[in-house]
Design a protein around this ligand. Structure first.
Ligand SMILES: Cc1ncc(COP(=O)(O)O)c(C=O)c1O
Length: 390
């Protein structure tokens, strides 16, 4: 059995990678430790790289199509991990989930239609409805026992009149795993109000034991018929640059409308490396995934210990899935601008500013990415402590 080394420090600068190479543009300086963009600093798996190299041995990179091997790998993964028994007709390749959500907005809603999200949330959930001139409606999450929870009173009030609910399942930031009971309640409410649900499950494969991911479409017949699910190997196997995602729709009429639009508009055709990489990842990736999850779990524990021992005033929402944690620094009483400045120019770390996840309410919060070698995580945390607690 291969033993994968997630402690290895890989130089990513100069590879046109957004996380490291966009620092000067995004933060005004390049000498930061990047703990922002949601990809990992680990080597992409050898079996994915090998499959891509093998494909490159054929010297023609003309138009492509998903192979039977690709569909078998995707359907096998969905069945084994999430009890979704999908045929390939119920699935569609999608170049990326942000694009997929944009396609849903453009094809299944009209300008000014109301679209609900629960904040704080992954910034494109806020930006896409705005950019497509829909009406954004935000239902703030509560924090209960150190984890995000839906405020169902507010949620049900706000969802009336909405066309679409865009859900991050698990939730970004902080990888909250929603669980069957919560998802059933969401499904009941959305069904009663005739709301279409997008369940973005890009972080599902990164659910950290003992938590279990539940796919939204599986919680009830209603959920299956009023939802569109997006999944991807991109976060799981650190291959986001390939742009390879999948859309699952259990309802035939909805499928015809959405897949018909995708095909008619020619926006979801796919590329050679997306198919090759995804097939290899799903077909051979379980052992790699398990070892990577154990490493991530250890990083989460490291953060938890660090905060308890060194910065107990930070209120944190720690990940139950994936590698993103939500840190609330409000106890230190530092104004937002000063806090952001200290993190960048003194700690020299790049975190995601909480305001981008839902506005002023989150100005004392920052999202941190733990998907890195433990040595870099500890270095980043020491630097954050020195800048915040000086
Ligand atoms: C919840 C969520 N959805 C979608 C994405 C991005 O997906 P894609 O790269 O496929 O557009 C991310 C990346 O951070 C994410 O966290």
């Amino acid at each position: 059995m291969a033993h994968y080394n997630f402690d290895e420090i890989i130089e990513r600068r100069g590879s046109d990678c957004f996380k490291w190479d966009a620092l000067p543009e995004m933060y005004g300086r390049g000498d930061l430790l990047p703990m922002w963009v949601a990809d990992m600093d680990y080597r992409s798996p050898d079996f994915v790289m090998e499959a891509i190299r093998r494909r490159c041995e054929h010297d023609v990179l003309g138009y492509t199509m998903p192979s039977e091997g690709y569909w078998n790998a995707v359907t096998g993964w969905l069945k084994t991990h999430y009890s979704i028994t999908a045929t390939k007709e119920e699935l569609h390749y999608i170049p990326g989930i942000v694009a997929g959500i944009a396609f849903v907005l453009l094809s299944l809603t009209e300008p000014k239609d109301k679209v609900l999200v629960t904040t704080p949330v992954y910034p494109p959930f806020l930006n896409l409805p705005r950019a497509s001139k829909r009406t954004l409606v935000c239902s703030p999450l509560k924090i209960e026992n150190g984890r995000f929870a839906i405020d169902f009173e507010d949620f049900e009030q706000k969802i009336a009149g909405c066309k679409l609910f865009i859900m991050s399942n698990p939730h970004n930031p902080a990888g909250t795993v929603w669980g069957t009971e919560t998802l059933r309640r969401v499904a009941d409410i959305c069904e009663r109000h005739g709301v279409l649900v997008v369940s973005d499950e890009i972080h599902a494969d990164l659910t950290l034991p003992p938590h279990l991911h539940v796919s939204y479409s599986t919680v009830s017949e209603a959920a299956k018929h009023h939802s569109i699910t997006f999944m991807a190997p991109s976060k799981t196997f650190n291959i986001a640059g390939l742009g390879s995602s999948t859309c699952y729709i259990g309802d035939q009429a909805l499928r015809r409308r959405f897949f018909g639009w995708l095909d008619g508009m020619g926006v979801a055709g796919g590329n050679i490396f997306a198919f090759t990489g995804a097939e290899a990842a799903f077909a051979h990736g379980e052992e790699w995934r398990q070892q990577m999850l154990a490493y991530l779990n250890n990083n989460v524990q490291t953060l938890k210990r660090f905060l308890a021992e060194q910065m107990p005033a930070v209120k944190a929402v720690l990940p139950e899935a994936s590698y993103l944690a939500w840190l609330d620094f409000s106890a230190y009483g530092i104004a937002h601008k000063e806090l952001a400045n200290r993190l960048i120019n003194e700690a020299r770390v790049a975190l995601n500013d909480g305001t981008t996840f839902g506005g002023k309410d989150y100005e004392h919060c920052f999202r941190i990415n733990l998907g890195c070698p433990q040595s870099l995580l500890l270095e980043g945390l020491d630097r954050i402590k020195a800048a915040v607690m000086r």
